[in-house]
Design a protein. Sequence first.
Length: 289
Amino acid sequence: MPAGERRLLALHSAGRCLALDAPERLVAWWPRIGRHLPDAVLRPLPPDASPTAVRLPEGLDEGDTRRWLGAQLHQVHLERDTLCVHAVGVRPPDEERAVLLLGGHGAGKSLVALGLVEAGWRVLAGDVALLNVAEGRISAVGGTAAFVVRRAPVRRWFPGLGLDEAGPATLDLGDRPELTTQRPMRPVPLTHAVLVDVDGDPAGEAGVIRRLDAHTAATVWLRASGHLLDRVTENAAGPALCEVEGHAAHRRRLGLVRLLANAVPTHAGWGAPQGIAARVATGVWHERP
């Protein structure tokens, strides 16, 4: 295909659709990009469709294309009171509820999730979870398929997975049967969230969990819900991704974050990943420090 050729595509995400005017190369990149976008499916735009297509800028590489699409999906979902939250979503066996594991890159969300998978839990979202937020009703509706881990910590804490010492520092384990994300057939109530901090302190081997106050919890949710907007700064191909969310949209997100902080018990968990996972799996929650 000529470098400048473009086509109209439909990007579907959890029942919402974004019409795209995109470079042809997006189709070739999609098998890698799509795993990192929440419940994302790319299809040709039907000939009889007449939506206004958002133009994907020229000149973006594969990584920045994924980040740009993520920012657009953030906005599409926010308009319907759904947040794209940086979190691993997990679900206990035979229970209709979800728990989110929050934290920045390298905090240990995936490690705690691996501990829960050992206890029979399933992964709902590998890195970005979709949360429907409404008065009195918070539910998980899906998320990303990629389950990205850092090789060295996984080898340390979970040697039974059999990862070789040689290879890239990070890798996607989402194709393993036990880690394949299971998109819920219907919204799953979110009952708890844990801000994860995995460390090697022997004193934390059993895991420690403490309830966060509402102010701190709101700050945690605000940071996590802006994850898809903070991935790249201003560049020649277009505005900074944070500008996708205007003032009115930001205020809307603040309102949803306050609802989350007041409706969902949010905790801090630290120690060894198996210890944190054991406390989550057995429902050992401390209400206050």
